[in-house]
Write a protein that binds this ligand. Structure first.
Ligand SMILES: NC(=O)C1=CN([C@@H]2O[C@H](COP(=O)(O)OP(=O)(O)OC[C@H]3O[C@@H](n4cnc5c(N)ncnc54)[C@H](OP(=O)(O)O)[C@@H]3O)[C@@H](O)[C@H]2O)C=CC1
Ligand SMILES: O=C1O[C@H](COP(=O)(O)O)[C@@H](O)[C@H](O)[C@H]1O
Length: 497
């Protein structure tokens, strides 16, 4: 792998501690970092290199998935780490940063390949990109890459503006927009797994009745009121992660593609997604906000009683949507998506329901997290289920990457210059275009806000959305306690002989 300098804006922040350092450490342990690698951490607070390294070590102890036992390994890893004080608005700090980077590159005798990772608030993205450009940090004789965290804009107009600004400093080919759902092992392997699980002929002849994509969370707003109360479920999860899941799923059936075609096919999906009109939004979208309730046996407050949230906040913490992809294969298959906070269980899951004449339904279930796997199940319609054995068709090894954190994969991909699992601007723009009428309808209060109790599966209007079409959400354990909800999860016939 080519040598590289990892320039981390926001090195003292939460994401760096919880995700970036543990991911880099795991890559180091797995020998997947460049042999000449240097990391310069940036932030406003004054820290010595030593204190910075010891903070990073602490974050490994707390968050790393590899046991941090071997002190020598950690020491070797931390040798690459330096800290530099930088305020994103102070141009002179970038000039000093350039000096620091050049000295390190010279010391290590490495090509000036520089990866700028923006783990800071989105309000800084434009300024940082412009300052990188103006200071000459981005004009060395090696590659440069910009890794950018979400959120990418607040709506269609702001996303376009941000992109335009970034393009003054970086080409599209140099911009890596992180969507951590694209780094999840099951999402990356989805096409391959479905390919192994079913032949195209099967898919066509068995006919898919509907698709459900759920990303249910038990967590509430936590300490992120300032961000979340302006984002809501629609910007925090739906516009990015949920639509990316939809794209990743539908490009593979039946048009399985070579990796380089992924972006092209994803754009095609977004272009064939039937647009919504803001006056129509309430027929296709259910907007919810959690009230007080019970999670894992404990009482929790409602959203507007959370610290930092205004009592009159109309922000959405739940969204359910009915979508339609207008291409010949999918046009008759409704696709339902829902995501929300303070729901009964933590699960990200796709359920593909086949058409059938009797009460028994064939389902193909893709568990994305926290469990991973792909399953067949024959179930009774309604909540009762009887599992039957299904034929095994081919060998699968879908636990290969099990447990791997998305950040490990994505940081590694960025270091080797593989953009397959990053969001391309066209996809981001098309997603905002599709979502914009919903944002407008919310703003103009054209869509009611339904309060649901914490610990439920969201407002009952989300059930009605499916019932209208003769479906129901699979695996909602309405009559069991929170604690039993995950126990009640089905695990039928694993597909990996
Ligand atoms: N935390 C998470 O789980 C997730 C975060 N994200 C995104 O990642 C990004 C970072 O989030 P997170 O780590 O939680 O944020 P934090 O608030 O924890 O950290 C922000 C970082 O930015 C630095 N910073 C703030 N202001 C300045 C400034 N003027 N100049 C230089 N550095 C500054 C802070 O350092 P200092 O105070 O030393 O200046 C700190 O290191 C955001 O875009 C967020 O949306 C995305 C997904 C999940
Ligand atoms: O990006 C985000 O994702 C998490 C959920 O991620 P998961 O990997 O645990 O499913 C969500 O909690 C957070 O609000 C959002 O910003």
């Amino acid at each position: 792998m080519e040598p590289a300098t990892f320039v981390l804006f926001g090195a003292t922040g939460d994401l760096a501690k919880r995700k970036i350092y543990p991911a880099l450490f795991q890559l180091f342990v797995d020998q997947k970092l460049p042999s000449s690698f240097s990391l310069i951490g940036l932030g406003r607070r004054e820290l010595s290199h030593e204190t910075f390294r010891s903070n990073v070590e602490q974050s490994l102890i707390t968050f790393s998935r590899s046991e941090v036992k071997d002190a020598d390994v950690v020491k070797k890893f931390l040798r690459a780490f330096r800290y530099h004080v930088l305020d994103v608005d102070r141009k002179e700090d970038y000039t000093k940063l350039l000096q620091v980077i050049e000295e390190r590159e010279e010391e290590l005798n490495i090509t000036p390949n520089r990866m700028f990772y923006l783990s800071v608030g989105p309000e800084f993205f434009e300024t940082i990109a412009a300052n990188i450009h103006e200071s000459g940090l981005g004009s060395a004789n090696g590659w440069k890459r910009l890794v950018i965290e979400k959120p990418f804009g607040h709506d269609l107009v702001s996303a376009r503006k941000l992109n335009h600004k970034l393009n003054q400093a970086f080409d599209e080919a140099e911009i890596y927009r992180i969507d951590h759902y694209l780094g999840k092992p099951m999402v990356q392997q989805m096409g391959q797994l479905l390919h192994s699980a079913l032949s195209e002929q099967d898919l066509r002849t068995r006919d898919i009745a509907s698709i459900q994509i759920s990303a249910n969370e038990t967590l509430g707003v936590e300490e992120r009121a300032g961000y979340y109360d302006h984002a809501g479920a629609i910007r925090d999860m739906f516009q990015n992660h949920m639509l990316q899941l939809l794209m990743m799923l539908t490009i593979e059936l039946p048009n399985r593609s070579a990796v380089e075609e992924v972006g092209k096919l994803k754009r095609k999906v977004m272009k064939t997604l039937k647009p919504l009109n803001k006056m129509d939004v309430s027929h296709h979208i259910v907007r919810g906000q959690y009230g007080a309730g019970e999670i894992k046996g404990g009482q929790v407050v409602g959203y507007t009683d959370e610290p930092g949230i205004a009592l009159e906040s109309q922000n959405d913490t739940f969204i359910a949507a009915r979508l339609q992809v207008n291409d010949p294969f999918w046009k008759d298959t409704p696709i339902y998506i829902r995501t929300g906070k303070r729901l009964k269980e933590k699960v990200t899951r796709i359920v593909i329901e086949y058409k059938s004449r009797g009460p028994l339904k064939d389902l193909l279930i893709v568990e994305i997290g926290p469990n991973e796997g792909i399953f067949f199940q024959r179930s009774q319609s309604g909540q009762e289920r009887s599992d039957i054995e299904m034929p095994v068709r081919s060998q699968l090894s879908f636990t290969k990457e099990g447990g791997k954190d998305a950040y490990e994969t994505l940081i590694h991909d960025a270091l080797i210059g593989d953009k397959t699992y990053f969001a391309h601007w066209d996809e981001v723009e098309l997603s905002w275009e599709w979502v914009q009428p919903i944002l407008d309808a919310y703003r103009e209060n054209l869509t009611p806000l339904h309060i649901y109790p914490a610990g439920s599966y969201g407002p009952h209007e989300a059930d009605e959305l499916l019932e209208r079409d003769g479906f129901h959400w699979w695996f909602d354990f309405k009559n069991v306690s929170n604690n039993d909800a995950t126990k009640g999860d089905i695990h039928t016939y694993e597909y990996n002989t």
